[in-house]
Design a binder for this molecule. Structure first.
Ligand SMILES: NC(=O)CC[C@H](N)C(=O)O
Length: 386
């Protein structure tokens, strides 16, 4: 029997979002059938949905795209940041149309279905985004059933029972195996270039907390030879590879939840004066290893047009962002300075050590998708190793 507290499923509704506060939003389901629970966030990029869905930092999250037309250029084999979509699902305004692109290999809805990810269209994403901006990112369930049979009470219970991203270690679930990285840049018609790393190229050991592939491609493009190690790699395992520098990757979940394995290892690397470059989760972990603190943000930053000010010269970089936690600059020790700030809300976007060749940024200089204003950071890091 229907519970009076929950609305009746309208005719034709094959998808639903149920927020932890009991709000129910109907739409049209696409992609995989089933349900998934996670944090509901919004992303403002106008292009790059395939890169966004495959960014491992989205593990545990459902993405509301503010751009209304998602899926209309299909999917291909190149525009991926990992071998599968890590975001649990997506919420979009318009129904997905037939792919219109010479690069299309598979329609977006079919790709999502194959990869076990759920989509829901026909949602007022503008209203939903305003709500997230005002009330913060809620926990939610996304569900798709072609027959439109939803047990709203059970879905609501599931959303309420989910503990939330705070305190959740997801890097450990997303991290990959140890491997030599081979891809470099990309050209239309040719795809990804194999690394032509010179024998004397500086060797970077990159720790994979849930890395986007384009970070490693950019390190190679900037002239490095890259070996990837899993998130749990010990100081001894890292140093056995005789690295010239260490890279700390992006990744999902709460940075503070990795404090028992990632942070102590980074502390040892700092003590050994290794050159280090970190991005996003890597930036937050570096801040924690230095003695700083991270905080959960109200709604986070996710988009491809976030202005960031470089404090040394006032230059503004337009950046890609995807984070829901941030380093609290006020907690950093005296030997760590703030190098970049967000022009949206003044939050910390970069740090550098004054006494070590170590720096990091909160945003994504690898773009994918987004502007490439900040590629210079890869060059700065790799040049500093020779
Ligand atoms: N892209 C990332 O590395 C995200 C870092 C962290 N999971 C956050 O949400 O802030």
């Amino acid at each position: 029997m229907a519970n009076a507290k929950y609305p009746t499923v309208p005719k034709g509704a094959t998808g639903v979002l149920v927020l932890a506060d009991g709000t129910v939003i109907f739409g049209h389901g696409f992609g995989a059938v089933g349900d998934a629970v996670g944090e509901l966030c919004f992303h403002t990029a106008m292009t790059g949905y395939q890169e966004i869905m495959t960014d491992p930092s989205f593990a545990g999250q459902i993405i509301t795209f503010t751009f209304p037309h998602i899926g209309n250029v299909g999917t291909n084999l190149d525009d991926v940041e990992a071998d599968k979509p890590w975001a649990l699902g997506c919420v979009v305004r318009e129904d997905v149309t037939a792919p219109s692109s010479f690069r299309n290999v598979e329609p977006f809805d079919q790709w999502l279905k194959e990869k076990g990810r759920i989509g829901i269209s026909g949602v007022d994403t503008r209203a939903l985004t305003r709500r997230i901006r005002m009330a913060g990112a809620p926990n939610a369930v996304i569900a798709h059933d072609p027959a439109g049979k939803f047990d709203l009470k059970a879905l609501h219970e599931k959303a309420k029972a989910w503990p939330g991203l705070e305190g959740m270690d997801l890097a450990i679930e997303v991290t990959g195996k140890a491997r030599e990285w081979v891809d470099g840049g990309w050209t239309l018609g040719k795809g990804y270039h194999l690394s032509a790393a010179r024998a004397d190229a500086p060797h970077v050991v990159a720790i994979d907390y849930g890395a986007k592939d384009n970070i490693f491609r950019n390190l190679v493009k900037a002239g490095a030879r890259v070996t990837v190690l899993p998130a749990t790699a010990t100081y001894e395992e890292i140093m056995a590879l005789k690295p010239a520098g260490i890279f700390l990757s992006n990744g999902p979940g709460d940075p503070a939840a990795t404090a028992d394995y990632a942070v102590p290892t980074i502390r040892k690397l700092l003590d050994a004066n290794m050159p280090i470059f970190g991005i996003c989760l890597g930036h937050q972990l570096l801040g924690l290893a230095a003695g700083g603190k991270t905080v959960k943000m109200h709604q986070g930053h996710r988009g491809a047009n976030h202005p960031v000010k470089r404090l040394e010269d006032g230059v503004v970089e337009i950046t890609s962002m995807n984070h829901g936690f941030a380093l609290d600059a006020a907690t950093l020790p005296a030997n760590v300075i703030e190098t970049h700030v967000s022009l949206f809300d003044g939050s910390n976007c970069g740090i550098a050590f004054t006494d070590k060749p170590v720096f990091a940024v909160q945003y994504h200089p690898e773009a994918s998708p987004g502007p490439q204003d900040s590629f210079y950071l890869f060059e700065k890091f790799v040049k500093g190793l020779t």
